[in-house]
Each structure stands twice: as C-alpha cells, then as structure tokens.
Design a protein around this ligand. Sequence first.
Ligand code: ZN
Length: 289
Amino acid sequence: MFNFTNHIFLCVFSLFTFASNITYAHQISSDDYSVFTNPTNEPSKSIGSYANGCIQGALALPDDLHYKLVYPSRNRYWGHGITIDFIKNLSRDIYSTEGNGLLIGDLSQPRGGPMTWGHKSHQTGLDVDIYFAKKPQDELSDNDLIKLALISLLDKKQENINQDIWSKYYSNLLQRVSDDANVSRVFVNPIIKNQLCLDNKGDRSWLGKIRPWGGHYEHFHVRLKCDKNSEECIEQHSVPTGDGCGKELDNWLEKGLKVYSSNKKPVIPKELFLHNHPISCMALFDDLN
Ligand SMILES: [Zn+2]
C-alpha cells in the first residue's frame, strides 16, 4: 500500500534527479494507482514520461455516435484534453470520409500511472489504443463487441497480412492519424508497417511516424505529443527521418516472425514497481490522506 509519510521519508534519502524541470521521487507501484476511481479536479496536465508518469485533471472520453469504447468497465477511458479531442476529431473525420466509426480501447486510468496489467505506457493520458475493426452499425453484446475488436489483420500463422481483410481503408485511417500534428508516433505490427510500405508509392512522408512494434495486429497505439502547458511532461525523442521502410523494418520483420509465431507476449508483473517516479505525481494522492 502507498503510504505518504513513508514516501516522504524515502524521498529524503533517495537520489533526487533534476532534468527538464522534473524532480523524481523514490518508488511507486501499480497497486497505488489502482485505488483511484476518479481524476483530480484541475486542468489537464501530463507529468513525467509515457511509461513513468501520471496525469492530473484527466477527462473522461464521453459517449459519441462516431466511436465506442470496447472495455468501459476497465475504467481506462481517461486522458488529457488533447487526447479526448484527438479521438473525437479523428472518428468524426473517418465517419464522414469512410462511413464508419471507430472502436476505442484503453486510454489511461483516472490519474494515469502504472497499471496492474496490460500496458507499460498509457501513464500520462497521452496514449490510446484504437482497434482496426470498424464500429458496427448495430448494438452488439459486450462479448460480440470484444470478439469483433480482436480480429487480427494478420493470417493465422501471424506471418503475413490477411489479404482477405486488408484494404485501402487501413492505410487511409493510419495516414489520417499520422498527419495529425499532435501525434508523436503510431505503433503497429511490423507486418502491417511492411504492407503500408508496399502499398504507398506516392507520398510516403507520413510513414515515418508509423512505428513497428510487437503485437498491435488488432489495434494500433497512438501516442500524442506533450502539450505546451504540461511543463513536466517528458517528450519521447522524435522519430528518425525517412519513411522507416528500410533496414530498421527488415530487422523487425526477422525478429517479429520469431516473436509472434510463438504467441509469447511480454510478461508484465502483476504489481509494477517504478523507481524515480515524478514527485509532482505525489500530489495526486493528497485526497487519500
Ligand atoms: Zn497501447
């Protein structure tokens, strides 16, 4: 359990690190953050890094005609205002150009921070998972909605794109996401990135933000940039220049074929401990005392 008095005590003896306006505390665990059911009531600010941070004043993703949350009961539909606006604008655009809405997965917990399972990042309200499957026209049961969301774009062996499903739609969708100035990067399976590289012969500038990563064959992960009012938000380095379709992707494809065919996913311990957690995040625990 998190104990604020103990925490202060530990901080006194811990090494304080100063970098980009941020002071780091000692240690925090995913169990500490899992007690929160609501955000703090203040302006949205992301604090720390995507995999070691928190969010004050997170906003809930409201219900909307153009998208649907697949797992509302997880209470991971909280994000920075720019993330909420991004989802609303993207889904409205896709609805008007492609004729369908989007299925939305996890954003962050009410106050961000590490989760007991499922993600290492998603801690600052700036990450969101979006499924490749289109939002159905009809209301589905929770189970049927989950089944739909989990449809993979890869074949059964996870070695190639499932060409029975693949269409220009996915390229259009990912290009619209990548073209958004607030988007830092988008994670997709290396096989999907490869298909995008093969398909797009004209303007390939947007492909640079599409980053190959493990998994991510039924959803893609959008990471937004820090907003200017979040002084303690730590930006990830910019993506390398170019379309990312060359050697780097080849390396991933070699590695990816081994990783994905064995169905082994990265093991995330149930209780995730983070060292050097931003000390400003500790203010989010004040109302527990
Ligand atoms: Zn994600």
